[in-house]
Ligand binder design. Structure first.
Ligand code: NIG
Ligand code: FE
Length: 382
């Protein structure tokens, strides 16, 4: 089965072989063959296909790659958001409330919640999503969270080290032993990645190193939450362990930036968090000027960023992080792919997955120019 998408006013390819950064093409067409892009060229000159879709001069972009989400959970924490907007500070401790609700929920309820959020993401143009565990924090609850995550994506991340759960409050070392021992035994086969929340009120650098190394020994890829609440040393640890990504990067020292610039670790910025916690936004310009690869993700979770909208994150990145519209779009597509070390998504070129979005707009700048307005007309996933 093949389809030609014709009369594309502006096509964003992100194809490094075709030009700089977004590698845009005016008046283009794309042919999809069995879920894969088989041809990219000028409008009106595509080879024959079974189907033809005329998009009337609209803009077509790669599907968003949301490389950081926590959508397996139960419960509600809107009261914390309301309190923050009235002046209270964000702290890592709220996670334990979601842990309590998640443990009490049935598998069916957790799956139902995740289904709704992943459907929201898809309708808004996200075609690849990473999903973390981290609200179970027992071996069984982490494993069932990962099994549910695996119903939606191959990008599953074991985050048993999200916070120390209440029952281990007096024995954090015992909890690290559990995470690196029997919990990892149960969760490694269900995960592609391992992650740690390495920050004030969560895990320190030594604990994070032990946990990530245990995961790497089991064949998992490393990623890390770092620099959300302070400069804990997480960023340099991520680079040292060749983590695919270190996420948040709100607080960075000059040494952190230099380490990222010299390494192979993507800096993933999560501006929905700063929006929803009233913290200062990260400085994308500082990172990009130093030569660091930057991604943007939603961090969709009930505590610090309850948005599933990558368009919203792009608008924030443009308005608050110092990114151009092209840089923000790249970071939300090819940047997310880099943060997941994926080469088959985030780029529209021959041989890549046919994950693409038709915008009801002539240019992707409209995602930031018209914030909050639904502009995704059609989503193709392979
Ligand atoms: O990425 N930082 C740690 N984890 C989440 C917050 C989770 C929560 O508050 O429930 C985050 O922001
Ligand atoms: Fe997170």
């Amino acid at each position: 089965m093949s389809t030609v998408i014709d009369n594309i006013g502006l096509l964003v390819t992100n194809d490094p072989e075709q030009g700089e950064l977004t590698a845009e093409r005016a008046n283009a067409a794309v042919v999809i063959d069995n879920g894969v892009i088989s041809w990219v060229g000028d409008a009106g000159s595509a080879p024959d296909a079974d189907d033809r879709l005329d998009v009337g001069g609209r803009c077509v972009i790669p599907g968003f790659v949301d490389s950081h989400s926590h959508v397996v959970f139960a419960g509600d924490r809107s009261d914390e958001f309301v309190a923050r907007m009235a002046g209270e500070e964000y702290a890592a401790g709220g996670i334990r409330r979601t842990v309590e609700a998640t443990r009490a929920a049935s598998d069916a309820e957790l799956a139902r919640n995740a289904t709704r959020l992943v459907a929201e993401m898809r309708a808004q143009g996200t075609t690849t999503v990473e999903i973390k565990s981290g609200y179970g924090l027992t071996s069984i609850d982490e494993a069932r969270s990962l099994a549910i995550a695996g119903q939606f994506t191959t990008e599953t991340t074991f985050l048993g080290a999200h916070v120390v759960p209440a029952e281990f409050a007096d024995d954090p070392a015992g909890y690290v032993e559990l995470v690196t021992g029997t919990m990892l035994d149960l969760c490694a086969p269900l995960s592609k990645w391992i992650d740690v929340f390495c920050d004030d009120g969560a895990f320190d650098v030594d604990q994070a190193r032990a946990i990530l190394e245990a995961g790497i020994d089991r064949g998992l890829g490393a990623r890390l939450h770092g620099g959300q609440l302070g400069t804990s040393g997480a960023v340099q640890l991520a680079v040292e362990l060749d983590a695919a990504s270190v996420d948040h990067c709100t607080f960075l020292t000059d040494e952190d930036v230099a380490a990222l610039a010299g390494g192979n670790t993507v800096a993933t910025l999560l501006p929905g968090v700063e929006f929803s916690t009233r913290q200062p936004y990260p400085d994308a310009r500082r990172l990009m000027d130093a030569g660091v690869t930057v991604a943007i993700a939603s961090d969709c979770n009930p505590g610090s960023s309850y948005t599933s909208s990558m368009s919203f994150c792009i608008a924030l990145a443009v308005r608050e992080l110092g990114m151009t519209t092209a840089e923000a779009l790249w970071a939300a597509t090819a940047g997310g792919a880099a943060a997941l070390r994926r080469e088959d998504v985030g780029v529209l070129a021959e041989g890549k997955k046919a994950d693409l979005v038709v915008l009801d707009a002539p240019h992707y700048s409209y995602l930031a120019y018209r914030p909050g307005v639904p502009q995704v007309q059609q989503v193709f996933k392979a």
